[in-house]
Design a protein around this ligand. Structure first.
Ligand code: GLG
Length: 757
């Protein structure tokens, strides 16, 4: 039976405002979702995460529910367009980067595989922030994605919990966003909000009164933590998230018949990075309150919880001074102290203690001792955890450590974002790959078929043209669709080394000044937000924006090289950019990128990777073979050895390599200053590179430039390049998040798919 949009709008579609139309279709989707029902079962997974970077919902849900064509037609018949509605839709701002996008892919796959699961997190009103560029610099404003009201996005469940903090309590409301599976029942994202929130406490840009917890608790994701109030606020936020989660989990388990001793038969919890760690002491506290002994509570919680480490960078291995916990969550401190005593009784090694000699509480250490599983997110990352970063823990608990290489949902990152490629694939091998991604391998049969290789090139050209049109129409940016689209999009972080790409681009410019031009024009796209308090990251953005002005101002050079830094890079923009990419830049310092998931999206969409042997790049290289990827740079073993010996001196490379020296000097040179460069920012960046360069840009510079030149030369053999594209798409199947989730379930959660019943 066809659902009519007019039943939801209550008036003819041509008389509706965009918002009325949007809400109408959204409610139609809601009903279709409810009718499909939700995956249920005795045991349920609670995937707790500070971020869920879900992206726009409308089209994705329509595709998953099989309503896309029908709704599109109803709109067209009334002279309206689904494409316009997609543009109108505002992207939810509930995440930052890879961690949050991974969580969004995972809930999609959980639903699709029929696994009973909730994503659990917070309903931030202004999300991370909206990025604006002014005077070649990033500034931030609140990303008010809930401006049309919660109800445009989520349903209030009418469920409330009380969360106690030191000296006061807050009441929460639980909201739900449906997660439609592909050809399956649905799942739910359950987001908690505080009823007393007051957006009026926001002052200038994204600053606000950090002390007014009741009014600011769920305003922003990762509020500024450069001062003590900011850091304590994060503790409040994290506890609010897990105290709600713990109440929900215990309540649901008991409703299904659990006597709590058998909680692990009813609930699995996945802790993502350390933000949800306090769920462990919180559950132990609640279990002991119900009369279960402390020792048994530990065993119960350990059987329920698994921990995923998403990065070896210190920022994700949180430590909180005991005093912060004492202030924000005094009821937890006795539990944490008892956990420390439990550890101290068994293990003397200082590294594995929960509370260190300076009274800092190590959240990851709680996770590792009191979970039954610890996983990394790519093969190399897990090996580094076992052998280096967490080696003393691996000695104690070898059986807990396991790898789960990340994945992406092929529904959003294939079907939805790349309809042209999807049609070509469907025509060729049928559409089973959407659910059984390994099927893509069948495309390899076509690798010597010149007609097919031409078709792949035509799809890419169509996508590049679409993106070119989008940039022109919506952003007023002109690019040349026949240029090579060289793309680096991801958060701005020194270890990801956008600065390496920039130094390469500057060298290309320097060559042009000397009369050496590229074979074909190149457009380098950057998309990246820098954390507001991350000074060097913002300096790098400033350098990129300034250099792009230098190029634009040069009539000769601008024909051959253009640098575009895309403002406010988010999921919706990624969906347009990735299908248009020729080159996928994955150039992090080896050992530092735990996995990456952008690398997988580009690969699926037929971009060829230029990357270091880092994170999941290593597995991409294994799958596609050396002819279909360009790798360069130091290995992770070499990098780790340099850190250990502390023997890296960036200036030596600068002195030795004239090309590098010229590029670095350019940063603070006249042309940059004449085009809006700020001597303070550029001076600081140059000084950082010359005196520290902590992420070893310089040692990889020469190899990067040579490899990129080889890659650009190979690009000119269009048929052979198309074969590389094909080999990337054909071997992307392993990176479906359906595979990742199936492995988590097999090894860690042990849920029974609803479909098996
Ligand atoms: C991290 C890492 C990424 C990883 C992602 C998801 O930096 O390499 O792909 O988690 O596991 N904080 C992140 O984005």
């Amino acid at each position: 039976m066809t659902r009519l949009i007019t039943d939801y709008t209550g008036k003819p579609l041509n008389e509706c405002t965009e918002l009325e139309l949007f809400n109408g279709v959204l409610n139609l989707v809601n009903d279709a979702e409810k009718e499909k029902g939700y995956n249920t079962g005795k045991k349920k997974l609670y995937y707790i995460s500070a971020e869920f970077l879900i992206g726009k919902l409308l089209s994705n849900n329509l595709i998953n529910l099989g309503l896309y064509q029908d709704v599109k037609k109803q709109l067209e018949d009334a002279g309206r367009s689904l494409a316009d509605l997609e543009e109108f839709e505002y992207e939810p701002s509930l995440g930052n980067g890879g961690l949050g996008r991974l969580a969004a892919c995972f809930v999609d796959s959980l639903a699709t595989l029929g696994l009973p699961a909730d994503g659990v997190g917070l309903a931030y009103h202004c999300g991370l922030f909206k990025q604006n560029f002014e005077n070649n610099k990033q500034s931030e404003t609140p990303d008010r994605w809930l401006q049309w009201g919660h109800e445009s996005w989520m349903r209030s469940t009418g469920k409330h919990y009380t969360v106690d903090f030191g000296g006061f309590s807050l009441t929460s409301t639980m909201y739900e966003i449906g997660v439609t599976g592909y050809g399956s029942k649905c799942g739910k994202l359950r987001l908690f909000d505080v009823d007393t929130l007051d957006e009026r406490v926001i002052r200038d840009q994204i600053s606000f009164d950090k002390k007014q917890i009741a009014k600011n608790l769920t305003l922003f994701l990762y509020p500024d933590d450069s001062d003590e109030d900011g850091r304590i606020l994060r503790v409040y936020q994290e506890y609010f998230m897990v105290a709600n989660a713990a109440q929900l989990i215990l309540e649901e388990a008991q409703a299904k018949g659990s006597n709590l001793h058998d909680l692990a038969d009813y609930a699995a919890i996945q802790i993502n990075d350390t933000h949800p760690t306090m769920v462990i002491p919180e559950l132990i506290r609640r279990l002991t309150q119900k009369g279960i002994s402390f020792e048994e509570s530990i065993e119960i919680v350990r059987a329920v919880c698994g921990y995923t480490n998403h990065t070896i960078l210190a920022e994700a291995l949180e430590t909180w001074p005991r005093a912060y916990l004492q202030k924000a969550v005094p009821q937890l401190l006795p539990v944490i102290e008892k956990l420390q005593a439990y550890v101290a009784e068994r293990y003397q090694e200082p590294f594995v203690q929960i509370i260190d000699g300076n009274d800092n509480v190590h959240m990851a250490n709680i996770d590792i001792h009191f979970s039954h599983s610890v996983n990394g997110v790519a093969k190399l990352h897990t090996e580094i955890l076992k052998n280096t970063e967490l080696a003393p823990f691996y000695q104690i608990y070898p059986e807990k450590f396991n790898n789960k290489t990340n994945g992406i949902t092929f529904r959003r990152w294939g079907v939805m974002c790349d309809p042209a490629l999807t049609s070509l694939i469907n025509e060729t091998i049928g559409n089973d790959w959407i659910r059984h991604a390994d099927d893509l391998k069948k495309l390899e049969d076509k690798k010597d078929d010149p007609d097919f290789l031409q078709k792949i090139l035509a799809v890419k050209q169509e996508n590049k043209q679409n993106f070119t049109d989008y940039l022109k129409n919506y952003r007023g940016i002109e690019v040349d669709p026949s240029s090579v689209f060289d793309v680096q999009s991801k958060r701005l972080h020194e270890y990801k080394r956008q600065q390496l790409n920039l130094l390469w681009a500057i060298s290309v410019y320097n060559d042009m000044v000397e009369g050496k031009f590229p074979t074909r024009p190149i457009t380098v796209f950057f998309g990246a937000k820098a954390a507001p308090a991350y000074i060097i990251a913002k300096d790098i953005i400033h350098a990129i924006l300034t250099f792009s002005k230098v190029l634009d101002a040069d009539p000769d050079a601008s024909k051959w090289l253009k640098v575009v830094m895309l403002e406010n890079y988010n999921v919706s923009l990624a969906e347009k950019l990735i299908p248009a990419a020729d080159i996928s830049e994955q150039i992090s310092l080896a050992s530092k990128e735990a996995s990456g998931t952008g690398n997988m999206k580009f690969m699926l969409n037929g971009a060829v990777t230029l990357g270091t042997m880092d994170g999941a790049n290593v597995e991409i290289a294994d799958l596609v073979g050396p002819d279909n990827i360009y790798t360069f740079g130091q290995s992770s073993d070499e990098v780790i050895a340099h850190y250990k010996k502390a023997d890296y001196v960036s200036r030596e490379y600068y002195e030795r390599d004239p090309k590098l020296r010229k590029a670095v000097d350019f940063l603070t040179g006249d042309l940059m200053m004449q085009n809006g460069g700020d001597p303070e920012n550029l001076g600081r960046l140059s000084h950082e590179l010359l005196s520290k360069d902590w992420f070893m840009t310089f040692p990889d510079f020469e190899d990067y430039c040579e490899t990129k030149a080889r890659m650009l030369a190979d690009y000119e053999d269009r048929e052979s390049w198309s074969r590389k594209m094909l080999m990337n798409t054909a071997n992307a199947g392993f990176f479906s998040s359906d595979r990742t989730i199936a492995q988590y379930n097999e090894d860690i959660w042990h849920l029974t798919p609803d479909t098996d019943k």
